[in-house]
Design a protein around this ligand. Structure first.
Ligand SMILES: Cc1ncc(COP(=O)(O)O)c(C=O)c1O
Length: 393
């Protein structure tokens, strides 16, 4: 009865694609496994807030919020704290309204599957996150995938196909989670306006870090007013849980009525929403130096990799070193672990086949000294991957 599943698992093992969930103990920027301690460079805790006891205790001191919501928001799972956070986000992003979701996954699946219908087309960057793709698939809309950050290709697709569909939606991540590069909002906005399309931007990895007020890459680019829906998550730099989108009255009203991941799922507990509110109002405004420090650290570390001739994509605090094969990447990750760095290998299906990588996720609470040995360790595996490419040619 279980034979097929067993065979699939066996095949994953043979291809070095099998995953496990390891028991780990986190404290600050470190992770303990057995009796060893590692520097955690694999999380999305970009501002180092998730394990920050002072921040957590500061919040819990005056906390009388419930730990469960017991139903969807459309029933009684709702609470005034939701509305306070939504009003705050709408004000910060200068949009009519904001809407909370249980996670970034819920947000993308719920938004894409409801905004697009059978007669619509979605133009999606090839490297968009799985949750965006899953949402588009659920929508039954026609999906056109343009080459990563290739806006000439996007324009070609829009020119050829836009007229065949009722609504068109262009969807992109603002900072690509596995490649560390940014979309170009000015080009996307031009195309959106020219081809009468909605523009949806997922800021999951940019909120908290970029922009004058930490609102994301769109704020940094001065583009928030031109984006129809801005999506952000609370589970990464904001060290909480949940997600939001901000947009105009009609879109938010539509999502409340049509987004199935919102309607058919128990709402986040009050305490969680209140913690997100606390992070944005009490913690984020004091993190300007941390954010600037993280940007500087990212530039310095990227320069160091360049000195070692290690190719990396992007220009953010997410620093991916592509090593090609699963084996080579696993070996590199194991070596890094042996040297005290918790850097998990990123493999298919998270990234394309043969583009396995070490994704170095920099954080504001580390310094250059702590990571300056990494290129020396990785170099050997970059050489192996280049040899692999030569052999394959
Ligand atoms: C771009 C992007 N959007 C959405 C998500 C999902 O967010 P969450 O973890 O809150 O479900 C992720 C998760 O890593 C992501 O990378």
């Amino acid at each position: 009865m279980y034979e097929n599943y067993k065979n699939i698992l066996q095949k994953l093992k043979e291809e070095t694609l099998h995953r496990n969930i390891n028991p780990i103990k986190k404290h600050g920027k470190y992770i303990d496994i057995d009796s060893n301690t590692y520097l955690n460079l694999s999380s999305n805790d970009y501002l180092g807030l998730a394990e920050n006891r002072a921040v957590i205790n500061g919040f819990l001191k005056n906390c009388g919020f419930s730990l469960g919501s017991a139903s969807s928001r459309l029933l009684t799972g709702n609470s005034f704290v939701y509305h306070e956070l939504e009003s705050l986000l709408a004000k910060l992003y200068k949009k009519d309204r904001a809407l909370l979701f249980n996670s970034g996954y819920h947000a993308n699946v719920g938004i894409m599957s409801s905004l697009a219908g059978k007669k619509d087309a979605v133009f999606s960057d090839k490297l968009n996150h799985a949750s965006i793709i899953d949402g588009i698939k659920l929508s039954e809309a026609k999906m056109f995938r343009f080459k990563h950050l290739d806006y000439d290709h996007l324009e070609k697709l829009l020119k050829e196909h836009r007229h065949e569909y009722e609504n068109a939606i262009i969807v992109t991540e603002s900072l690509f989670s596995m490649d560390g590069d940014f979309c170009d909002f000015s080009k996307l906005i031009k195309l959106k306006e020219e081809y009468n399309a909605l523009l949806v931007a997922d800021e999951a990895h940019a909120v908290g870090v970029y922009g004058e007020n930490g609102l994301g890459a769109a704020e940094a680019a001065g583009a928030t007013s031109k984006i129809d829906l801005i999506i952000g998550t609370f589970g990464k730099a904001f060290a909480s849980m949940g997600a939001f989108c901000a947009g105009n009255e009609i879109l938010i009203d539509f999502l409340i009525n049509k987004s199935r991941s919102l309607i058919f799922s128990t709402a986040l507990p009050e305490i969680n929403v209140a913690f997100s509110y606390y992070i944005i109002t009490e913690v984020l405004p004091n993190m300007e130096c941390s954010r600037a420090g993280l940007v500087k650290l990212s530039g310095d570390f990227r320069n160091l990799l360049k000195e070692y001739n290690i190719p990396v994509t992007g220009n953010s605090h997410i620093v991916p070193v592509i090593l090609g094969s699963n084996e080579n990447t696993m070996n590199c990750a194991n070596k890094l672990t042996g040297c005290g760095y918790y850097l998990l290998p990123i493999r298919h299906p998270t990234v394309a086949l043969n583009s396995s990588r070490i994704r170095i996720s920099l954080r504001a609470d580390i310094n250059f000294e702590e990571i300056k040995n990494i290129p020396e360790i990785i170099k050997e595996y970059v050489d192996i991957s280049q040899n692999d490419i030569k052999l394959a040619m």
